[in-house]
Design a protein around this ligand. Sequence first.
Ligand SMILES: Nc1ncnc2c1ncn2[C@@H]1O[C@H](COP(=O)(O)OP(=O)(O)OP(=O)(O)O)[C@@H](O)[C@H]1O
Length: 676
Amino acid sequence: MVPGYHEVRELGAGGSGRVVLATYAPTGAYVAIKYLDAALRDDPRAMARLREDARVMVELRDPHVVRLHEYYEDVLDAALVMELVDGVALRKVLSAHGTTSPEAALVVLKDSLAGLAAAHAAGIAHHDCKPENVLVQADGTAKLTDLGIAAPAGEAGMPAGTPAYLAPERWAGAPAGPASDVYAATCVFFECLTGRAPYGTDHPAVLMRRHRTAPIPLEAVPGSVRELVARGLAKDPADRPPTAPAFVAELEAAAPAAYGPGWEQRGRRHLAEPATLLALTFPLAGSSPRPGVPVARRVAGRMGTIRRPRLGPRVVAGAAVIAVAVTVGLVAADRAPDRLSTGTIFTPEQRPPGAEDPPASTGRTSTGKAPSGKNPGSPPPEPVATPGPSRSASIGRATPSSRSAHPSRPDRPTSAPSRTPSGTPAPTATGTPPPAHAVSGLAITGIDAGGATIALRASTAAEVVLSVGFAEGPDPARLAEAPPYSLTLTGAGSHSRSVPHAFTAPACGQTLYRRVTVSTSPQAAGGPRSRTARVSGGPCPPPPVESVDIVSFDGATVRLRVRTGGTSAVTVRLESTQKVVGGEGGSTSGVQVLELSGRTDYTREVAVEFAAPPGCGVYVHRVVTVTTVPGSGTRSRDARLDLPPCGPGPDPDPSGTEWPPDGGPVPDGSAEDGTL
Ligand SMILES: Nc1ncnc2c1ncn2[C@@H]1O[C@H](COP(=O)(O)OP(=O)(O)OP(=O)(O)O)[C@@H](O)[C@H]1O
């Protein structure tokens, strides 16, 4: 649950989540909260876009767009706190009545396009315009909801959104935009007129073909609106009206020509009638007025900043007073369009037309006392309560430990929703019992080599048994499962538990999948959760050098053989030292480096660079030492070079003599495979 709100009841669920009726704790104002489905939350691209869109949507105010008060996200939930529309989804109107009159269909199209125009002007697309996302109020006004939230693609490779309303270019991979929204709104218009979407609701693959290539079924719609349908459903986005307002202009030219100047009034009445017949399904149909509190005052008291004198009889407290709703709805439908905001339940930030924002300087407080001397001549101010959530509408990604701080919502309460001393959630403003689910939130928040971290929110103090399953392997379709691990949690509130499991570490160059599934008893809202992590062992180190041999060393040239386990580069370092034994000259040394690559077996002859031997009558002891990177030990070999006797004598042999001549053990204790 989003902190600071009390859930009243679930309003319904769709492809992208479930919607609950809730009250904002400080004021009791009604809101609708949409909790996004796990499939959507697990789609990082969709969530990134939604977060961006939400920044814009909280600022968007249009009578044909359901207002977003707040976007909330923590490790368990992502939720949109919205204006509550006390009305019914167009889908329900169509399910109950099949079609609408052409005038009512034109009103739906006009209001949808007006809402889209506002969204497009703010730089966001709707993504999923369909009858489920058009809410109809008792006054015959339509509002768009679920802006920026597309139902997740049902099958891999399919675009997100609802196939029956997806424009041809969306099937070809284009992103949602104004043209595809106009197309979808025209599909909804078509459905109001005919009772079915233009290309039906078959398998997505069939729908893709029809949207892209089938002729527009114009014969199904009245001749007077055929041109509008043809424009809105044009296959090529360039053939559609260039913008939503441009389409409204075309509609406003075509509609009076076909249905006379009173078409809109009539259309709203035609839309209000079937909607109000469904008033028992309106979100507030179950709420009952507090005894002795007049309807207008009851709502005004919840609204916080709404001033009763300005509300007057225009406020309808919902379908609890169905007769009032129906009456006002129908009466309103006959009013001029600019006065048709009756029938709306005022939500925390919403004001009746004409009521201005209370300036911050009025110094109003929750005690409802406005400083005297302010606003001379204006009606006496109505008591006000704490500002509603939208005053601080912003985006925050909270971690479990930071949830109560709400850094991005500075004037939100800093504590969790109020609880009774026993730790159970307080009753809602309407006295409705707390949510039925003992486990209201469940998520796998982390998977690592040592197991998984599970976050769980329990809304009662009852025992919750967690069953956590682990599976792993290189093929995500055939993971080997380990026996499940069980643990019991008690106490209401949020829990975070590490559940141990020793996952196999992937070898270098190997990819392994680790899957964690968690279920609870009693079952969590939304059922069990599953999450799979992909881990890679990283690049393998270069293959080791298998062997290094000094095949021969004659005191001047060394012959080497290097064998490796692969063709990657090997560095050979050759150190040479020379010592004059029995004479002057001391020791000298040098280093040579060879780079080998591309093969697995190398033989090299290297002329070793020694200083010219000084003196006579003594000998020179020469040593070569070979090391490699990657390493494979050290190899050494030495040779003795006799210098010519002093005085006249035969010329010394300049090439030197391999020593010891038979390649046997070196007499001074040096050995192969060791350092001299
Ligand atoms: N702001 C709102 N005010 C009042 N009722 C709402 C609001 N938003 C949604 N609802 C209602 O909540 C119910 C569930 O809505 P939801 O958006 O989850 O379903 P959907 O539109 O059918 O599916 P999808 O998730 O694919 O959009 C619907 O009956 C809808 O009319």
